[in-house]
Design a protein around this ligand. Structure first.
Ligand SMILES: [Fe+2]
Ligand SMILES: [Fe+2]
Ligand SMILES: [Fe+2]
Length: 278
């Protein structure tokens, strides 16, 4: 098993910079800061920087992934492990830098984990970063966590699309795809947001979760109504969505934002204290 580092490096033949970087990573990503790693038993700064960076990323990914011999750790457990191993298994500065990017890392984690994001992932990556229209994005809506903001922007985009269709009398053609997108949004976004609430020990998680359930049920009932009374139901759906946005996204979700910013300061303070101590 340990030979995968050497075999990997041998496979990556090539003179270009990319290949030499890939070779360094393959060869040294299991070296440990304290010299107890393999294959070279290199210590500290003798381990190439890329190897030290990938060591942290590789362990985070391995811990949070399910394997035949273990269940997946939660991101929080993996962050704790990395913190615990700073200066032992990992370069302390890289471990600190990794932990200070927690929000960004959680964004990447939520986007790619378990393939649960399906087609929507594509939409995310190509979506409008500053949607404007019937509903508009502004920075006061930010929760301070990138992937949640992106999902909220996505909701704005969906609602505006429905509004534009109603305005141009084209709603009958797009309402079913819109309903499907709303379900997809609900499945992905609520899961992500509830995970954030768990990660930050948000106290009102249960009542917030019930509001999310209500949204899904409401969209289900609109799906039914639209088959019976399309013209009225589509307009009602539009009003419901705008109200949801102002009542839930702007008000309820911003309460999570306050919590997250408080907790992020604590994480920063902890890192600062450790720097001083170490
Ligand atoms: Fe490896
Ligand atoms: Fe939300
Ligand atoms: Fe929410």
């Amino acid at each position: 098993m340990k030979r995968h580092t050497i075999i990997g490096a041998k496979l990556l033949k090539g003179r270009e910079e990319t290949f030499s970087a890939a070779r360094a990573i393959a060869l040294t990503h299991h070296e440990r800061w304290d010299g107890s790693g393999y294959p070279g038993g290199l210590k500290g700064d003798n381990i190439p920087l890329l190897g030290r960076i990938c060591a942290v990323a590789d362990v985070f990914d391995a811990l949070t992934s399910e394997r035949p011999y273990k269940t997946a750790w939660t991101p929080q457990q993996a962050f704790n492990f990395i913190k615990d191993q700073r200066g032992k298994q990992f370069d302390p500065y890289i471990a600190d830098a990794f932990i200070s990017c927690k929000n960004t890392i959680m964004g990447i984690y939520m986007m790619y984990r378990n393939g649960q994001y399906g087609d929507m992932q594509y939409d995310y990556l190509n979506m409008d970063d500053n949607p404007q229209g019937w509903l508009s994005w502004n920075n006061s809506l930010s929760i301070g966590i990138k992937h949640i903001d992106m999902q909220h922007k996505y909701l704005i985009t969906i609602i505006n699309k429905l509004y534009d269709a109603v305005e141009s009398g084209n709603e009958a053609n797009i309402v079913i795809p819109i309903i499907n997108q709303l379900f997809e949004y609900g499945n992905i976004h609520f899961k992500s947001e509830e995970q954030v609430m768990r990660d930050y020990n948000y106290p009102a998680i249960e009542s917030h979760r019930i509001l999310h359930e209500d949204f899904i049920n409401k969209v289900k009932s609109y799906r039914q109504l639209i088959t019976e009374f399309p013209l009225v139901a589509i307009r009602d759906l539009l009003i419901f969505l705008r109200e949801w946005f102002s009542r839930h996204t702007e008000k309820e979700d911003s309460k999570i934002a306050k919590y997250v910013s408080m907790a992020s300061e604590e994480v920063q303070a902890e890192i600062g204290a450790q720097r001083k101590a170490g």
